[in-house]
Ligand binder design. Structure first.
Ligand code: NAD
Ligand code: AKB
Length: 315
């Protein structure tokens, strides 16, 4: 069997760092080429394998790496997330859409075996059922980020139907990690709170007390991504992104779980522009299709995640 060689675009971000390390452990360091817009590789990736500085929207530069490194699969993670996207909507559209369209074209031209591109719960909007949001439902995103993700899902489905390109996608919830920092999303509070709890025993949340959002620990997200990518092709019945779920909690609930370890931790609330984004998203997600089609199963709930986050961040 031909050795697969993976290119990751956006490898220095919150997901990219951990996904690059996990894929390198699985396929060998030299078979996973990391790249990002950042001139310097992320410290956790330094010395672990090849790294290129490249703009994911510069298709010629990306194609040059694909040819030079004999790349067979691309994981496209470069994007502007929900909160940053609202500050610069046209730039977010440009980065999120053009990188995807060009990678899809490259996939066809270069006969890539697989492409991974993540979507988000941000595809859903205020007209979507809020609890246990189904895989297929009303989809009217209100943020530029959500619009780009939904349009992207349709493009992925189009390239699969029209050209047979094996492109796979997940609608991640908010991801919580200790190795790498989040990059400008609405769910970032659920990472910041652990850092502040350990440093200052206090946190001011930019989302209100009872704002419930779907969330997931990074270990589950990385395992789910690899399982999706390794599932036999006939199991992938949706070429729109799969809903993916693990837990749902509010700022008050994550604070209560931290107080079990740090009893004098206190939380206060000062909602900002991100509250409106959170209010437009589901509170919980129904991921029955992922569980049935390729046997997705999460491992971390809020209590298990809090124990791990505090242990790793205080080590
Ligand atoms: P991040 O912001 O932490 O990382 C994105 C990386 O892309 C950064 O290192 C940035 O330097 C890089 N980048 C930005 N523009 C680029 C460009 N033009 N060319 C090359 N690199 C560029 O984001 P993340 O959280 O790691 O997200 C990765 C993907 O997963 C994104 O598509 C995001 O929408 C999706 N996603 C993330 C979450 C989450 O909670 N982290 C949830 C849902 C979906
Ligand atoms: C964000 O908050 O923008 C991301 C996401 C849920 O897509 N974490």
């Amino acid at each position: 069997m031909k050795q697969e060689k993976i290119l990751i675009l956006g490898a220095c971000g919150q997901i990219g760092v951990e996904l690059t390390l996990a894929l390198r452990a699985r396929f060998g360091d030299s078979n996973v080429v990391a790249s990002d817009l950042r001139p310097e590789v992320h410290p956790l990736l330094a010395g672990t394998g090849p790294y290129y500085t490249v703009d994911a929207t510069d298709i010629k530069a990306v194609a040059d790496i694909v040819n030079k490194e004999k790349i067979t699969q691309i994981y496209l993670l470069a994007a502007l997330l929900s909160a940053t996207g609202e500050k610069m909507p046209l730039k977010a559209w440009d980065i999120n859409m053009n990188s995807l369209l060009q990678v899809l074209e490259l996939g066809v031209e270069q006969k890539l075996t697989k492409i991974y591109w993540p979507s988000s719960i941000a595809v859903f909007g205020t007209t979507t059922p809020k609890q246990d949001t189904p895989q297929k439902t009303v989809v009217e995103p209100t943020t530029v980020y959500g619009i780009s993700k939904y349009a992207g899902e349709l493009w992925c489905q189009y390239y699969n139907r029209r050209y047979g390109l094996d492109v796979r996608s997940l609608r991640y919830p908010g991801l919580i990690s200790w190795k790498s920092a989040p990059g400008g999303g609405t769910t970032d509070y659920a990472v910041e709170i652990y850092h502040e709890a350990l440093k200052h025993k206090a946190y001011t949340s930019f989302l209100s007390e009872n704002t419930y959002l779907p969330m997931m620990y990074m270990d589950d997200a990385i395992r789910g991504t690899i399982e999706l990518m390794e599932a036999p092709e006939e199991q992938i019945k949706s070429r729109m992104a799969y809903n993916l779920s693990a837990m749902s909690f509010s700022p008050a609930e994550i604070a209560a779980s931290i107080q079990k370890h740090i009893p004098d931790f206190s939380i206060s609330y000062a909602p900002d522009f991100r509250q409106a984004i959170a209010d437009s998203w589901p509170s919980s997600i129904d991921d029955a299709a992922a569980r049935a089609d390729w046997h997705w199963k999460h491992e971390f709930d809020l209590e298990k995640m809090t124990a791990e986050m505090l242990q790793h961040l205080s080590a």
